[in-house]
Design a protein around this ligand. Structure first.
Ligand code: NOJ
Length: 555
């Protein structure tokens, strides 16, 4: 098997919000086909599509009711086949999302399973008796309330770590695993180039499903009972043996709660499980002790530097990581760790953050709109949210934690997934050229100035800069292969590092300064050939806000 995915850059498409070809307000496959040249121009070579299968959309497609059918709002199987011809014709690979920790409660397996205790599909899911009037254990569900739902048909409860409409599959049952492998073969035989696997390290549960430690919301954490469970490596190795090892494809495991040491097993160089992990530690450094992701705190630079550097060092030569700032579950990075208060700061910080990430070892992911420096959304009311997570978050903060509306709303606004899910901003025509109809979620009003049409041919745009970053990865093996040395580990302003390979050194200097500062700390490292800089005027003695530079030197 080749490891083409090491030198690749993934572009993540959230189909619902990418491009709507038929005016129903929802993005679709034909819209994506029409934008393949745009992705090609950027230089990415893999497209990860968020789930496009049939789904009642309780969680925007992560609740699948038929793994062999396309969601009608997104198009038809014939259109997917067209995409699978058009993408490779441009050298683009297609990754499908594989959501198999759970299905929709409207999946035929679950409809059968709930009917009776002796139904042949009963063991496809995790059913337990309650404890008196209480659920079988104290686990919370990620989208609020208990992780257990009682069913009238038998009086038993089923487990759902996510919403009530996302019952967890029982991976202990070999028949479930065989069905999953069948689904995988179906798509691989069709020509997809791999899978992004949704919360794949949740599939093995601890036997006995023990209560979890109490959380501030009064429920127990399901983490210790569900995450990185006892049979997880066995299941992934079986999946690899039975399916993946027969295809030259790319796999990435979404794995909340994974450490660098565990990642080296899941995505080891021996390659008997997955190709890479998609981990979350750097996305959780700003979490609030009480309100977790609904935080108002900034990400501390020293924690970020320590964390990303640890991952770089720990995986080098042993495992493989994904590099990302954004996806459909995260607020926009330029608003979170950069500065979107003026156009100049937004542009400079978007480029700096892109540099920091793309010069590291791993496979970079660019989430739609990130390459334009798209920002968080100024939501003004809860009614504008569409995401089950934002709506539940607001409810929990106000009802369980008793926060006043203003504070709860500010917390959810800052971190809601809807920040990343407003439509792609193509141009300054009505609804940013995303749809001729009414978009399913509000537009970010800043689309009149932040949009692709303004950036594609502007050499100073975030888009052009991302294109350069991606180009450098293709050109210099040191970026893919070099080892990692952290610099200036106590700096208050800089995240700086070096990569080394075969006598070459790549030096990456990233300023997190919002104002101009003296450059004494980094000046000694500014040697070699400058490959990249995000500031138009090179200034001597000072470092512009969010300035970043990359140098290459030969011993
Ligand atoms: C992780 C996905 O990225 C997220 O969008 C989804 O809500 C949950 N898994 C449940 O499938």
């Amino acid at each position: 098997m080749s490891d083409w995915w090491k030198k690749s850059v993934v572009y993540q498409v959230y189909p619902r919000s990418f491009c709507d070809s038929n005016g129903d307000g929802v993005g679709d496959l034909r819209g994506i086909i029409g934008k393949l040249d745009y992705i090609k121009t950027l230089g990415a070579d893999v497209i990860w599509l968020n789930p496009i299968y049939a789904s009642p959309n309780d969680d925007n497609g992560s609740d699948i009711s038929d793994y062999y059918a396309i969601m009608p709002a997104f198009g038809t199987m014939a259109e997917l086949d067209e995409l699978l011809r058009e993408a490779p014709a441009r050298g683009l690979h297609i990754l499908m999302d594989l959501v198999v920790n759970h299905t929709s409660d409207e999946h035929p397996w679950f409809k059968e399973s709930r009917k009776s205790k002796d139904n042949p599909y009963r063991d496809f899911y995790i059913w337990r008796e309650g404890k008196g009037t209480l659920p079988p254990n104290n686990w919370w569900s990620y989208f609020g309330g208990s992780a257990w739902q009682k069913c009238d048909e038998t009086g038993e409860y089923y487990l759902h770590v996510f919403s009530r409409k996302q019952p967890d599959l029982n991976w202990e049952n070999p028949a479930v695993r065989q069905e999953v492998y069948r689904i995988m073969r179906f798509w691989l035989d069709k020509g997809v180039d791999g899978f992004r696997m949704d919360v794949i390290n949740y599939i093995s549960k601890v036997p006995g499903l023990p209560d979890g430690p109490l959380m501030p919301n009064g429920l127990g954490d399901f983490g210790p009972g569900c995450i990185n469970g006892p049979r997880i490596h066995e299941f992934l190795q079986e999946m690899n043996r039975e399916v993946l090892s027969h295809y030259d494809v790319m796999t990435v495991g979404e794995m909340p709660g994974v450490s660098p040491e565990q990642a080296c097993r899941y995505a080891s160089v021996e390659g008997n499980e997955l190709n890479m992990v998609f981990q979350f530690q750097h996305m959780e450094l700003d979490f609030d002790e009480r309100y977790s992701k609904w935080t108002l705190l900034p990400t501390p630079l020293d924690a970020l530097r320590r964390n990303l550097s640890t991952w770089q060092t720990a995986l080098h030569g042993k495992g493989w990581n994904s590099l990302y700032w954004n996806n459909h579950d995260q607020p926009r990075i330029v608003s979170r760790m950069g500065d979107d208060s003026t156009d100049a700061l937004r542009t400079a910080s978007a480029k700096m953050l892109g540099t920091l990430l793309h010069m590291m070892q791993g496979t970079p992911y660019v989430y739609e709109g990130e390459e334009l420096g798209m920002t968080n959304v100024p939501f003004t009311s809860v009614e504008q949210y569409r995401d089950i997570d934002a709506l539940n978050g607001y409810r929990e903060l106000t009802i369980i934690h008793g926060l006043p509306h203003e504070e709860a709303f500010a917390r959810v606004n800052g971190h809601s997934r809807d920040n990343a899910r407003t439509p792609m901003q193509w141009d300054d025509s009505p609804n940013a050229g995303f749809t001729a109809g009414e978009p399913w979620i509000m537009m970010n009003p800043n689309y009149t100035t932040i949009h692709a049409a303004a950036q594609i041919n502007d050499p100073d745009s975030v888009f052009s800069y991302y294109r350069q970053l991606i180009g450098l990865r293709k050109q210099y093996d040191i970026i893919t292969e070099g080892d990692y040395e952290q610099l200036l580990e106590n700096s208050k302003h800089f995240f700086a590092y070096r990569r080394h390979r075969n006598g070459q050194t790549l030096t990456v200097l990233c300023g997190f300064n919002r104002e101009t500062i003296a450059d004494d700390e980094v000046a000694p490292y500014c040697t070699g050939t400058q490959l990249l800089c995000n500031c138009s005027e090179s200034s001597s003695g000072c470092w512009q806000p969010f300035e970043t530079r990359v140098y290459l030197s030969q011993e």
